[in-house]
Ligand binder design. Structure first.
Ligand SMILES: Cc1cc2nc3c(=O)[nH]c(=O)nc-3n(C[C@H](O)[C@H](O)[C@H](O)COP(=O)(O)OP(=O)(O)OC[C@H]3O[C@@H](n4cnc5c(N)ncnc54)[C@H](O)[C@@H]3O)c2cc1C
Ligand code: FES
Length: 363
């Protein structure tokens, strides 16, 4: 009992001290104006010290991926700090490999600017823009998945690579937050962006998107993402998705066939029941137009007596294993729940794909 009492008292004291230090830092410590040097003089800035690096960059319209909105839980906001970032924090280490720590990679949302700071930011991030847009259509695809399309106002065009994503701004009681959503519209649709969003009960971003109506204004930043389609048309493309993980697959497939009508591509889509199926008919139409396009949907749950389905059944990685031959030059894009990504990656590696040929986003 005395032991427990001591532990609680000590923890309480530590929490009080930390809170005191945070309040003192916020209101009493003045770091003045600090220099923020980006890419060796490419974008020299002066910022008010005491804020996070992510906020300073955002205030200067440099938008780093930050799917968790700066809470330190997504690990997306990595940039290289050359000097002035202070020591790596315990909140950062779960997201950084030893190699990254050695080369100065940090989470921009965890680094506080307290002195002049020198950073290196990938050129891709410097091209990210803040967009204002207007909703032009909304459509329920299943009981919990909605498609929303917006027309871009300012800037009026977006230049994206297949499979990239945007971060949509949603209101929340604590102020605006950003959530990542893959772009489902193809790269040639310069003036529009479409997203496919699954409703997470109580979720801030997904509820906001599901409640959007035609003519509503939407703000987002983008494009972001590491997907790079292989430009060699002899390389076969494999897309594997589940649920809202369809969004980047739709973008990749339509962008691909606009450019290479004869390119070989497989779409594997995992659903639990027939209620989770969407876009099947339009992909079947595309399959008729492009002889090298193959669409496989598979249901993982046992069929109900009244359910009609003559397609494949079982987990989607089993379909991938069944249909893909060994040793063909390929690149794969996977989007869906972590367990699906893990199982499909294993199968693809057995088929001869190297880790650098497999791109994935877990959600
Ligand atoms: C690169 C990237 C691309 C993405 N693209 C898409 C996309 O195209 N379509 C799409 O629908 N989503 C996509 N997501 C997920 C999306 O960014 C949000 O995480 C998701 O919509 C939940 O946000 P929220 O604000 O609604 O929920 P939050 O308010 O963040 O969370 C509410 C609660 O739900 C829990 N929760 C959060 N996510 C899930 C989940 N997936 N399953 C179960 N519980 C959850 C949280 O832990 C919390 O308890 C993507 C994510 C990333 C990183
Ligand atoms: S923004 Fe998510 S970890 Fe930094």
């Amino acid at each position: 009992m005395i032991y427990l009492y001591s532990v609680f008292s000590f923890s309480g004291l530590v929490i009080l001290l930390s809170a005191g230090l945070m309040i003192a830092e916020r209101f009493l410590v003045n770091y003045g104006i600090c220099k923020l040097d980006i890419n060796a003089g490419e974008r020299p800035l002066e910022v008010k010290g005491g804020q996070t690096l992510l906020s300073c960059l955002y205030a200067n319209e440099i938008f780093i991926p930050s799917a968790c909105g700066g809470k330190g839980s997504c690990g997306h906001c990595k940039i290289t700090v050359i000097s002035g970032g202070g020591p790596v924090l315990p909140t950062e280490t779960p997201f950084l490999s030893r190699k990254e720590i050695r080369s100065g990679v940090r989470l921009a949302c965890q680094v506080k600017v307290r002195e002049d700071i020198y950073v290196r930011i990938p050129e891709d991030f410097l091209n990210v823009r803040l967009f204002s847009s207007t909703v032009t259509s909304t459509r329920g695809l299943t009981y919990d998945i909605k498609e929303v399309r917006v027309k871009l106002n300012d800037p009026p065009e977006i230049s994206q690579r297949p499979g990239q994503y945007v971060q949509i701004q949603a209101p929340s009681p604590e102020g605006p937050v950003f959530r990542a959503y893959s772009i489902s519209s193809a790269v040639y649709e310069y003036n529009e962006v479409e997203v496919v969003v699954r409703l997470i009960p109580g979720g801030v971003g997904s509820t906001y998107v599901h409640n959007l109506q035609v003519n509503d204004e939407v703000t987002f930043t983008g494009p972001y993402g590491e997907f790079h389609l292989n430009e060699d048309p002899s390389v076969e493309i494999v897309c594997v998705g589940g649920g809202a993980g369809m969004a980047p697959m739709k973008n990749i497939i339509y962008s691909l066939y606009d450019r290479w009508p004869d390119r070989s591509c497989w779409l594997f889509f995992g659903c639990r029941t027939t209620k989770d199926i969407f876009y099947l008919e339009q992909f079947k139409e595309l399959e008729k137009k492009h002889h090298n396009f193959h669409v496989i949907y598979a249901l993982s749950d046992k069929l109900e007596p009244d359910e009609k389905w003559d397609g494949e059944t079982g987990f989607i990685h089993l379909s991938v294993d069944k249909h893909l031959e060994q040793g063909v030059p390929r690149q794969a894009f996977l989007c869906g729940p972590p367990l699906m990504i893990e199982a499909v990656t294993r199968v693809l590696e057995e088929k001869g794909l190297q880790p650098e040929d497999i791109f994935y986003d877990e959600f």
